[in-house]
Design a protein around this ligand. Structure first.
Ligand code: HEC
Ligand code: HEC
Length: 331
């Protein structure tokens, strides 16, 4: 017995000493959001394998694409500009017109509509990749499926936050974080400019819908929220008089975009018409574009060149210092 124990000890110690360390099993993502990050960048999700969410939502462009209008997988051109994905969890409704009630519904629609994705086929393709299959089992509660893919994507999108901007640091009592111009600019933003009537701090959006006239200088303007509500009512046999009045009031209204990280997300507005932040701000300062349904909260504001510069300095302070973004390794 003693001999056996001795031999066993010898064997064990020699094992520990001589054997190379066990080969690293690829760790795989640790969280559902990390799995979602892989899926966000994976072209296997699209119909023809040519497109991922990243195609239109690039981290270096504040999760937009720098284009006025992007082209879908089927070759048709979007009628609305790609919005940022920063801080989308503050919204109760998604898309420029709020037609999706949850982030999950929105993502499923984007997957199918923008990317030409076929959820059943994509799920089967991922199921055939052992590392993906293992991650889904471990983190999403079962093998790849439409619902689990969407949930993982949503978990990732919810992690995308624009935070710790110079203005956030100033608000957290770091008085040296921004210039005197930016401080004066915030005063203009909230008083003379009346921007805060719709761009509500701290996310610089009220998550509501307003008509500021974008598109009303062209024939057949996009009716935005009003168009969506009208279509909805048609499907419900017309709706109540109150619902009809709301649809009418929302004609030409679009969701107030966040102004966080605004310097990264040019061009601006739902049709991508303004190439620069200066142009976008001048359009709003002029009171938007005249139309019968222009929001009463938007009034023209006359600023001196100095005040305009200060307002812009404040808006630029809403962008955090650029952080390099690490793309995931795909299984
Ligand atoms: C071909 C370009 C394109 C691709 C690919 C694409 N999107 Fe988008 N995305 C858009 C456009 C354009 C809109 C705005 C459409 C609208 O409001 O009518 C949008 C809107 C969104 C929104 C709504 C944001 C808000 O403020 O309401 C989210 C979230 C989003 N996309 C996530 C994704 C995810 C996740 C994927 C991958 C599954 C994806 N997108 C793929 C172009 C794209
Ligand atoms: C009545 C509400 C309202 C007020 C007041 C308002 N905005 Fe906006 N703002 C919006 C809406 C809605 C949009 C998107 C309109 C569209 O694209 O159709 C927008 C878009 C913008 C954009 C473009 C953002 C992007 O990502 O495309 C900027 C910049 C902007 N506003 C700045 C300001 C400034 C600065 C002020 C004050 C001088 C201001 N806004 C006042 C509602 C408002």
């Amino acid at each position: 017995m003693r001999m056996f124990v001795f031999l066993l000890t010898l064997m064990l110690t020699s094992c520990a000493a001589d054997q190379p360390p066990a080969p690293e099993v690829p760790a795989g993502p640790a969280l559902l959001a990390d799995l979602g990050k892989q899926l966000f960048f994976d072209k296997r999700l699209s119909g023809a394998g040519q497109m991922s969410c990243e195609t239109c939502h690039l981290p270096e462009k504040g999760w937009t694409d720098g284009l006025a209008l992007s082209t879908r997988a089927d070759g048709t051109v979007n009628t609305r500009h790609t919005p940022t994905l920063y801080n989308v969890s503050v919204y109760q409704q998604y898309y420029w017109d709020g037609r999706a009630a949850t982030l999950e519904a929105q993502i499923l629609a984007a997957w199918r509509g923008q990317m030409g994705g076929n959820p059943e086929m994509a799920a089967a393709a991922l199921d055939a990749i052992p590392l993906y299959k293992a991650s889904f089992e471990r983190l999403a509660g079962g093998p790849p499926s439409q619902e689990r893919i969407v949930n993982a994507l949503a978990a990732f999108v919810r992690t995308l936050e624009s935070k710790d901007s110079p203005w956030d640091r100033y608000e957290a009592n770091d008085r040296t974080a921004v210039s005197a111009d930016a401080i004066a600019g915030f005063d203009i933003y909230s008083t003379k400019g009346q921007c805060t009537l719709c761009h509500l701090p701290p996310n610089q959006t009220d998550a509501m819908f307003h008509n500021v006239g974008i598109g009303f200088d062209k024939p057949m303007p996009d009716q935005g929220r009003g168009g969506f509500l009208t279509t909805q009512l048609t499907q419900q046999n017309g709706g109540t008089p109150e619902q009809q009045a709301e649809a009418k009031a929302m004609a030409g209204a679009f969701k107030t975009p966040t102004l966080r990280s605004i310097t990264e997300t040019a061009p601006y507005f739902h049709d991508g018409r303004s190439a620069t932040l200066e142009e976008a701000v001048d359009l709003v300062l002029a009171g938007g574009i005249r139309n019968p349904n222009l929001d009463a909260k938007l009034k023209p504001a006359t600023l001196t060149p100095e005040e305009r510069g200060q307002l812009l300095a404040f808006l630029r302070a809403l962008t955090p210092a650029a952080q390099p973004f690490e793309r995931p390794t795909l299984p």
